[in-house]
Design a protein around this ligand. Sequence first.
Ligand code: A2P
Length: 273
Amino acid sequence: PQAATDATPVKTPALPDAQTVTAVKHWTDRLFSFRVTRPKTLRFRSGEFVMIGLLGDNGKPLLRAYSIASPAWDDELEFYSIKVQDGPLTSKLQHIQPGDEIILRPKPVGTLVHDALIPGKRIWFFATGTGFAPFASLLREPATYENYDEVVVTHTCRDVAELEYGRQLIENLRQDEMMMELLGAENLNKIRYYPTTTREQSPKMGRITNLLKDGTVFADLGIPPINAETDRAMVCGSLGFNIDLKEVLEGFGLREGANSDPKEYVVEKAFVG
Ligand code: A2P
């Protein structure tokens, strides 16, 4: 920030498509979230992603695809990121502070959108790690509750601390008056949160893929197994996770949809490095 004197010109963005960081929160040594200003002209559907980044050492933009974690109605944009110590972008991005600028290309795209699914009764959000980001958007999106009677959110992480961003987000929905009013207090009862860990002890351990295959999830939630008539799913995790979960969903008779061809489930890879 510059001292405001009469001689100081209005600060002009140093980067192409620059947006200003408004908040940063570090969750673990591997995870952080941040908020930036939203370009006035940017319209997107909750669940979509954009390219964001910084100027690289060579002076060229260094960009990666990031799901927008905030909902379409929000004034600002939120992102949830991994920190990779030797990652070209995240080794630098993890040091951003409020007032800094990042590059944000205002061209949202993606398949984790309600438009890519045909109507159903129950929607499943399946996330691992930072794959929770698009669901952070969709959980704050009124259409999620208008379209479905039940919203099951599964999040599998290695450790309990890695669940915290998602856990707090869901808990805060029920404590924020504006959110309660916007989404409907009774609608928030549609959320069934199902966190699991794989490497640290927690109340529910195991990969969600295995817990689906052996029926544990359905028994725990007291609901019938996934079925193509009623159940819809969105999947966001590592490549291996997406492949394995697709197979599980196909086993239940769900077919993969797209914007141009809505069906019973959609998949997108979470940002991994
Ligand atoms: P696991 O600890 O058994 O590998 P990561 O941090 O490596 O992206 O993993 C995030 C979470 O996703 C971990 O709990 C991990 O479990 C789980 N996971 C990774 N690959 C798969 C997969 N193919 N199927 C189900 N869960 C997976």
